[in-house]
Write a protein that binds this ligand. Structure first.
Ligand code: SF4
Ligand code: SF4
Length: 389
């Protein structure tokens, strides 16, 4: 396994981290298959992975509730005596927080579930403009200071799904943040804070963690033949899985990549790729090829929405840009289930089915999209009930 230093934390972190959001489970998402998960995690740790990423909401049966992941990981680390061999992460579920007392209560329950007296890497989960403003108002900085002073947390950081401006604000507002977790893969260079966000976090001396390296596995599933043909033209031959990881590990700004692995086979393959990876080892032609592949994927999207939001606010509250974003990603990667989680994370009264087809927005779209017609397609595509678990 290769290791990099996680920015200001000074921690030596394996370049491949274990995301514990997609552990094997039985019928429902909260029924973790303990035996298989134990085997997979043990294999990963025994072969050099030293970071496990958990969150309050992982392995829940609905999109906003408490999951079983932290409890499971707490049991696993203690029963197998692995606690001292890994950096353990956990996250404050921002969408459940209204007061500082909520933060205290949830944090204490996490310590109990994780069976630890110190969480190595603690994050505010899924920051965006609204959550960040809320945290500032409720005095979250004092709470985070107290976690560091009491030793209950070793390093504080954040995960974010937001635009670049807010990454800058978040990093600059609270000077005790030591690392940040954001989404990046070769399709998402410009999605949310994208590559620029990772570069900024790194430039400010914070450690960088990457989520969604394979876009929930979708960069290696249902790959169209013409994209495979493109990969075949590479100067150095790699599998699509290798391209996805090596694209990230090629960057010196990337410290660790979290992958939600759920079989021994996946862990083995990913570790092998990590072991072979090098910074700045992809040729110029192959870097261009990665851009070409991304371009080819993007031709498959559902419509030409750029997310400019000139059509918003919709008088009936529809998040047009958000609906089209998830629709386009799903079409591009031919994988509705993968995007459905994000689509159903939009507030229920902002989804496509709330469009009343008044066409007030029609002439606002510079891309000439017939918005109400395309929202109908989005509604048909995802349906109205989240049943993709
Ligand atoms: S057509 Fe739909 S999205 Fe456009 S303004 Fe009317 S309700 Fe909103
Ligand atoms: S105006 Fe058009 S391109 Fe811009 S967000 Fe609305 S639908 Fe998308």
């Amino acid at each position: 396994m290769k290791y990099r230093t996680l920015g200001k934390t000074g921690e030596k972190v394996s370049i491949l981290g274990f995301g514990a959001m997609r552990l094997p489970h039985f019928e429902t998402n909260d029924q973790i298959d303990v035996k298989t998960s134990d085997e997979i995690l043990s294999y990963g740790i025994d072969n050099g992975i030293n970071i496990i990423d958990t969150a309050y909401s992982y392995h829940a049966n609905n999109l906003s509730g408490k999951g079983k992941c932290e409890e499971y990981i707490g049991n696993f680390l203690n029963e197998h005596s692995y606690r001292d061999e890994v950096l353990l992460t956990a996250k404050m579920p921002s969408w459940l927080i209204e007061t500082k007392e909520d933060m205290e209560k949830i944090f204490e329950s996490q310590m109990k579930d994780l069976q630890t007296d110190c969480i190595d890497l603690y994050m505010l989960h899924s920051l965006n403009e609204d959550y960040w403003k809320m945290y500032r108002e409720i005095g979250a900085f004092e709470f985070m200071d107290s976690l560091l002073e009491s030793g209950k947390v070793k390093h504080i950081g954040f995960s974010a799904h937001t635009e670049m401006d807010w990454i800058v604000d978040i990093v600059d507002d609270y000077d005790k943040f030591e690392f940040g977790l954001t989404q990046l893969n070769y399709l998402d260079e410009r999605y949310q804070s994208g590559r620029e966000g990772v570069e900024y976090i790194h430039k400010m001396g914070l450690g960088t963690m990457i989520m969604e390296p394979l876009r929930g596995g979708r960069l290696i599933q249902n790959i169209p033949q013409d994209i495979m043909d493109l990969w075949d033209t590479a100067e150095e031959k790699r599998t699509p899985l290798e391209w996805a990881f090596q694209y990230l590990w090629n960057m010196e700004e990337v410290d660790t990549v979290l992958s939600g692995m759920n079989s021994i086979q996946q862990v083995k393959e990913n570790i092998e790729i990590a072991n072979k990876s090098e910074i700045n080892s992809i040729s110029k032609n192959d870097l261009n090829l990665i851009k070409e592949v991304a371009w080819e994927y993007k031709q498959r999207k559902g419509n030409d929405c750029t997310g400019c939001q000139y059509c918003m606010p919709c008088p009936h509250g529809v998040d047009v840009a958000g609906c089209f974003r998830e629709y386009n990603i799903a079409k591009m990667l031919n994988n509705p289930a993968g995007s459905a989680m994000h689509y159903f994370s939009l507030e229920s009264d902002t989804r496509a089915d709330k469009c009343i087809h008044c066409d007030d927005c029609l002439y606002h779209c510079p891309q000439m999209i017939h918005i109400s017609e395309d929202l109908k397609k989005v509604d048909e595509f995802f349906g109205r009930k989240y049943d993709y678990f």
